[in-house]
Write a new protein. Structure first.
Length: 153
C-alpha cells in the first residue's frame, strides 16, 4: 500500500485552516486552525506539523476568481506558498479552492452549529474540502491513466 499523508491549507488573512489526509491519501479530515500572523510563526507551525505527521505533500488552496483568474488574494496566497515551499522538505502544490469557504459554512450551518462555532471551525473545514477535492482529482486522473483504450476496428 502506498502511504502518503497530505496536508492542505486554506490560507486567509487572519487564519489558516489545516486539514490532513489518511495515510492512504483517500479521506480528508479537518485538523486545526492556526493564526496567519506573523507569517514566520505560521510557517514554523506548518513545518512542525509536516514533520510530526510525516507529510509528503502540502496542498495550498488557490483562491481564483469565479472566472478562474488570479486576483489580489490569489497573489497573496501564491507568495505565501512560495515562502512555504522554501521552508519545507516536501513539495507544495496549489489547488483551486473556489467556493470552499461557502461550502464549509453551509455544511456547518446544516449541522446546526451556532455562529461562534462556525467561525471557529470554518477554516479547517474549508481546508478539508480543498483536500478532499484534491484527493478526488488525483484519483480520477490515476483512474484515467489506467483505462484501456478502446480499439476501433
Amino acid at each position: 500500500m502506498n502511504e502518503q499523508t497530505i496536508l492542505a491549507l486554506d490560507v486567509g488573512e487572519r487564519r489558516i485552516g489545516v486539514a490532513i489526509s489518511s495515510v492512504e491519501a483517500r479521506i480528508a479530515a479537518p485538523l486545526t486552525t492556526i493564526a496567519a500572523q506573523p507569517p514566520e510563526r505560521a510557517i514554523a507551525q506548518i513545518a512542525r506539523l509536516v514533520l510530526e505527521r510525516n507529510v509528503c505533500r502540502v496542498v495550498v488552496g488557490l483562491p481564483l476568481t469565479m472566472r478562474g483568474e488570479h486576483g489580489p488574494q490569489a497573489e497573496v496566497v501564491r507568495r505565501f506558498a512560495d515562502t512555504l515551499r522554501a521552508s519545507l522538505p516536501c513539495p507544495v502544490e496549489m489547488f483551486d479552492e473556489r467556493l470552499t469557504s461557502v461550502a464549509a459554512e453551509q455544511m456547518l450551518r446544516n449541522l446546526g452549529l451556532k455562529p461562534t462555532k462556525i467561525k471557529a471551525q470554518i477554516d479547517q473545514v474549508a481546508a478539508s474540502i480543498i483536500l478532499q477535492d484534491y484527493l478526488d482529482a488525483q484519483r480520477t486522473n490515476a483512474d484515467q491513466t489506467y483505462e484501456t483504450p478502446h480499439s476501433s476496428d
